[in-house]
Design a protein around this ligand. Structure first.
Ligand SMILES: Nc1ncnc2c1ncn2[C@@H]1O[C@H](COP(=O)(O)OP(=O)(O)OP(=O)(O)O)[C@@H](O)[C@H]1O
Ligand SMILES: [Mg+2]
Length: 225
């Protein structure tokens, strides 16, 4: 299997009044179809690393390769945004749903939905299918504040899948959920792994970490596997 994610000698320094070095000599290779748990203490650099893998932030040095695409440091924001929306689905701890939109509309956002614009019915059908696959066919028109935490996270997962990404990045997706909802959400990721998706999950939950194929530990910005 080819590598879906290759990080070679990646460094990250946040530049400001004081420079904050956060990631050091990161070498990490994740194969296509792998499911990896990323663990480490608060402040160790997990989200920073996820943002670099997810092309939301750029490394200070080193090489990032996603599939066969080498991400050069001078790639334009437009090009990065295009790669991001075609290759990567994100799931966040705080769901990040748009409060005025229904579950269905939220799922359609990465496919270009906006309230002023008509959507293709193909997209709508796909969004409905995805919501059904996460057990929410009876909640299509609910707004986020009419959904439980677990339901919100399942909407967010459906949204992450609308563009059929190869790679799913989840930053503490069960962090705000009770253990039952957390287990349901984790089961969805397990199913996605079976479908061949590559998945990286930041988690503090040992039960979840142990159920993944591989655990990567990060400490003070360095990986010790
Ligand atoms: N934009 C920024 N500017 C300066 N420092 C930053 C910035 N973003 C993060 N940091 C610092 O980088 C370090 C790593 O942050 P990061 O968010 O990656 O940690 P984390 O492992 O995800 O922690 P948590 O488990 O609490 O989410 C922290 O010390 C943080 O203060
Ligand atoms: Mg974090």
């Amino acid at each position: 299997m080819m590598n879906m994610i290759s990080l070679e000698n990646v460094e990250k320094v946040f530049i400001g009044k004081i420079n904050v070095p956060v990631l050091h000599e990161i070498n990490l290779f994740i194969k296509q179809g792998e499911m990896v748990a990323l663990k480490g203490p608060s402040g160790s650099g997990k989200s920073t690393l996820m943002n670099i893998i997810g092309l939301l932030d750029r490394p200070t040095a080193g090489t990032v390769t996603l599939g066969n695409e080498v991400i050069s440091l001078d790639m334009s924001d437009t090009k990065l945004a295009h790669l991001r929306s075609s290759k990567i689905g994100f799931v966040f701890q705080s769901f990040n749903l748009l409060p005025r939109l229904s579950a269905l509309e939220n799922v359609l956002v990465p496919a270009g939905y906006s309230p002023s614009k008509k959507n293709t019915s193909a997209n709508r059908t796909r969004a409905e299918k995805l919501l059904t696959s996460v057990g929410l066919n009876h909640r299509l028109n609910h707004k986020p504040n009419e959904l439980s935490g677990g339901e919100k996270q399942r909407v967010a997962i459906a949204r992450a899948l609308i563009n059929n990404p190869e790679l799913i990045l989840a930053d503490e997706p069960t962090g705000n959920l009770d253990s039952k909802s957390g287990a349901e959400v984790f089961d969805i990721f397990t199913d996605l792994k079976k479908e061949g998706k590559t998945i990286v999950i930041v988690t503090h939950d040992d039960h979840i970490a142990k159920s993944t194929q591989r655990i990567v530990n990060i400490r003070d910005g360095r990986i010790d596997e």
